[in-house]
Design a protein around this ligand. Structure first.
Ligand SMILES: Cc1ncc(COP(=O)(O)O)c(C=O)c1O
Length: 383
């Protein structure tokens, strides 16, 4: 008898258009391209992807990744493969980074609001979390400076500098520089979660945090989850040689060898065939058209009720409702009307975001997005 165990992380109730999950579109998975890359890998007759991998990562993969990143307008030219480290995705890498850079009881900082799982990850390390306010230009570095001047001694700051989850905002260049200055002056690391860096809709995307690094403070976390396929569970760290050595020398890395060695060998072929670059272009085009659809539907059905900024990239709309709106309480009504979302307070332990909710435009098709927003407006009229 087959066990009825789930296959996927996503768990959507029947009949519901769930705009809450920040997952990519299954229709856009590059299935044929990955299949071709896989055949190419096996045709080479090299069985080293089946062996324990080098601690920093599979060398040929790191080289292909460096070439790919150097060629992306939203990245920086001349990325050196020595400054890259193979991970099993940003989540795993952030968990390991918390192990390496903080001890239980230490203080760390996050943006408010922030990626909803990160506070749980840091809590599992028994870290004290301090929230730093954000505005439409990302983290407010003057407020951060004030806290530091008043004696806060964090081990690191976790930030999503570009197309933030959940707000979609990006930190401007002046603040990026200020952050690095503060990290050097007050001696803390910057954990820059840059998983959305390469999916910008406009010509200009702010440069990644490594562009501003000095003093070996920045650790950038990249991922193939949002630009290729999350099932591959592969990502990378981009940082100074000193930081890369720390990750390569970690006990966990040494025990099992480089993370996701096999998947990285496959991704190397995907990159070399040019399919990662073409996939990124395709995703940007598709997701922009879905975002436009969501924007149109929001204006049509909830214009005058919600306010938001149209996303310049990434996955999300961050909607602000009128005062007294309670997005936690509204969820049941929305789901009774066949639509779901992530309430604002999921993104902060402060409880300050009842008026907000996050919608994702990547998982569902354009027609489903329109229908989802229509249902949301019907539910809103019932409050
Ligand atoms: C900001 C942020 N970081 C990390 C992740 C997870 O990344 P990965 O799949 O590489 O573990 C997500 C996924 O939604 C995310 O939004």
């Amino acid at each position: 008898m087959p066990a009825e165990l789930p296959s996927l992380l996503v768990d959507i109730k029947p009949g519901i258009i769930d705009l809450g999950w920040g997952h990519p579109s299954p229709r856009l998975h590059p299935f044929d391209e990955v299949k071709e890359a896989s055949s190419k890998m096996f045709q080479k007759g090299d069985n080293s992807p089946l062996q324990y991998g080098a601690t920093q990562g599979f060398g040929p993969f790191l080289e292909s990744l460096a070439t790919f990143l150097s060629g992306q307008d939203a990245y920086i030219p001349d990325v050196d493969p020595h400054n890259l480290f193979l991970t099993a995705g940003a989540s795993q890498a952030l968990d390991l980074a918390a192990t390496l850079y903080a001890d239980s009881g230490d203080t760390v900082m996050v943006e408010e609001p922030t990626y909803f799982v990160i506070e749980k990850i840091f809590r599992e390390h028994s870290l004290n979390i301090v929230g730093i306010p954000t505005d439409e230009n990302g983290i407010v570095t003057t407020e951060l400076q004030q806290l530091l001047e008043n004696g806060l001694q964090p081990k690191f700051l976790y930030t999503i500098p570009t197309f933030q989850n959940p707000t979609g905002s990006s930190i401007g260049e002046t603040r990026r520089k200020h952050l690095v200055d503060l990290a050097n002056e007050y001696d803390f690391q910057i954990f820059a979660d840059e998983v959305y860096q390469l999916i910008g809709f406009q010509e200009y995307t702010p440069k990644p945090m490594m562009n501003f690094d000095y003093g070996e403070k920045v650790i950038s976390f990249g991922s193939f989850s949002k630009i290729l396929a999350p099932g591959l569970r592969t990502g990378w760290i981009h940082a100074s040689q000193k930081v890369i050595n720390k990750f390569s020398d970690a006990a966990l890395t040494f025990s099992g060898g480089g993370f996701n060695h096999y998947a990285s060998a496959l991704i190397k072929e995907v990159i070399d065939l040019g399919y990662l670059a073409s996939n990124v272009l395709n995703l940007k085009e598709e997701y922009l058209s879905r975002a436009v659809q969501m924007d149109k539907s929001l204006s049509k059905h909830l214009g005058g009720v919600v306010s938001y900024s149209f996303p310049k990239g990434g996955y999300y709309f961050w909607l602000k409702f009128p005062e007294k709106f309670d997005s936690d309480g509204f969820l049941e009504l929305a789901e009774a009307n066949g639509v779901s979302y992530r309430p604002g307070n999921a993104f902060s332990e402060s409880g300050k975001f009842s008026r907000y909710l996050r919608l994702t435009y990547t998982l569902f098709e354009a027609n489903e997005i329109s229908e989802g927003i229509r249902r949301l407006s019907v539910a809103y009229q019932d409050i």
